[in-house]
Write a protein that binds this ligand. Structure first.
Ligand SMILES: O=C(O)CCC(=O)C(=O)O
Length: 282
């Protein structure tokens, strides 16, 4: 049994609109410290990348230019003990995931979304499980702000209630950075249901159903927007699904939090299938 429960309003919002927000999941200072760790990583030199490989690249190859280009750091959690201990296997998130999924929990995805000031690009409209293409609807997602996430710097946008649709096949346009929901359908859905802008302070988190349609616009402001995201699942869901996932990590076993570092990998007992192209594209 989890020692966390949603308020009736949160439970209602999750059921009808497909998401809810929790303020201060991490104390503000802890969120700012974690943001500092990520900024250090972004600014660190990459010894195995040759400087100025592309002479046409207008942004150059200084540490600041590399940091300005970054969109996402994937599979970041198992490389960073502070983030592992405080966020992915942190008490608060483990309790929330346990309420939804039970006593055995795995982390299916983890990423750090970096949307630098002025250069940060959009994340196209998608359903998370539209990109996974494993048909799973039970795993659920969170995104935690480390900078203030505002309309000005490209906070997440949700279409409330869109989690009630089927998993729509995602498509690639010429300018897509990864698979996305068909643009016509997005326009129609926004027209029908409207948009919610998910503004968060550092340490606040939003939790959503993996079929919810969401997006974030480019950052045209002077304020960067870093956030960390994750998806929780369970061994039972994984075992009956398609064996794509090479990086599943235990976050709770039989009700005991798995906060040791490095995290324990969940051994896939079946041969991994080739992941869908969309997973590789991102
Ligand atoms: O941080 C963003 O802008 C996008 C995040 C997102 O789409 C996700 O976590 O699924």
């Amino acid at each position: 049994m989890s020692d966390w429960q949603p308020t009736p309003e949160q439970a209602q919002q999750y059921a009808t609109e497909g998401y809810f927000i929790l303020r201060n999941v991490l104390p503000h200072d802890a969120a700012v410290e974690i943001r500092g760790v990520i900024k250090n990583i972004l600014l660190a030199p990459e010894p195995d990348v040759r400087a100025d490989v592309d002479p046409m690249d207008p942004m150059g190859d200084s540490p600041q230019a590399r940091a300005a280009r970054f969109r996402k750091l994937s599979n970041f959690a198992p490389k960073n003990p502070l983030i592992w201990y405080n966020v992915y296997a942190g008490e608060r998130l483990a309790a929330i995931a346990r309420y939804f999924l039970g006593d055995d929990l795995l982390l299916k995805f983890n990423s750090c979304f970096v949307k630098p000031a002025r250069t940060g690009s959009a994340t196209p409209w998608h359903q998370d499980n539209g990109l996974w293409r494993d048909g799973e609807t039970e795993p659920f997602n969170f995104w935690m702000a480390l900078d203030p996430a505002t309309r000005a710097n490209g906070c997440l946008q949700f279409i409330p209630g869109s989690q009630q649709t089927e998993i729509v096949p995602h498509v690639l346009y010429l300018d897509s950075i990864h698979g996305e929901l068909p643009r016509e359908r997005v326009r129609a859905m926004v027209g029908q249901h409207g948009l919610h802008h998910i503004e968060l302070a550092p340490g606040d988190a939003v939790f959503w159903h993996s079929s919810l349609w969401h997006y974030s616009p480019p950052n045209t402001s002077d304020q960067g927007r870093i956030g960390i995201a994750g998806v929780y699942t369970t061994p039972a869901i994984v075992e009956r699904g398609k064996p794509y996932w090479p990086n599943l990590l235990w976050t709770m076993r039989a009700g005991q939090r798995c906060s040791q570092f490095p995290p324990d990998a969940y051994p896939m007992n079946r041969t991994l299938e080739k992941p869908p192209a969309y997973l590789k594209a991102d």
